[in-house]
Design a protein around this ligand. Sequence first.
Ligand SMILES: [Zn+2]
Length: 295
Amino acid sequence: MMAMAPPARAAIKVVATTEDLAALVQEVGGDRVQVEALARGYQDPHFVEPKPSFILKLHGADLLVVVGRELEIGWLPPLITQARNSRIQQSGDRYLDASLTAHILEIPTGEITRAMGDVHPLGNPHYWLSPDNGRLIARAIQKKLSEIAPTDAAYFAQRYADFDRRLADAEKRWTAAMAPYKGLKVVTYHRSWPNFTDGFGLDVIGYVEPKPGIPPSPSHTLELIQEMKRQQVKIIIMEPYFDSKTPDAIARDTGARVIVLAPSVGGQKEATDYFKLFEYDVNTLITAIKETGAK
Ligand SMILES: [Zn+2]
């Protein structure tokens, strides 16, 4: 006898603060979730303009997934309060902080002062840009979804296993493509890329921002230019949401090239899911390295 199709049930309504988290929820949740992202991947995730529609989404959410490490502190807390949904409050059982099980870099040691910059007080919050962390985030999502819908636990486990396998294959490809450029020196605008650059063996020798969240200053820019000339750095990696004036000026002075990568899913139009995010960044980077003769 043929198995009957299971009765249709309502999908779990998930709100994710970023498109990266939404993409990972989709990977694991399949057709048992209905997921929406608040911030768009081309926006600075530290500074997102809150919209009334966000409150409505949060009000109806069965689960809220956040990046954490204070990435959303400038915009999310009042929205959560106004959503009047007790379970998605930070203390609630439907609030998932994806950073809690991820590998976090640049965790400050010793006394934390404002002089260190404003926006990364609890370690680097841009941690989703390594396949390893993609796995850890997806695993946390799998656990949480299974808790919410225990009858679908096997489905989520199977989706996670499939994601893990496809990611391992893709990662092999990306690592092989990047292997010739191990140790390549680059500069980045914001500290958005440490998991990505560590993962692929790039050496970040400086930042356009003097400190995370602090805009470029003439004295810092001058020092950076001298350092780039000394170390012959030819690549400046930039996010899509910063003013290119300073990086362009640095590039003119040093003969480097500014490339805009996708820091998130949706950060460039080609980066439509978690896999295409890496695909885009790796390919764009390699093309620029070849064209500038950086290696
Ligand atoms: Zn940041």
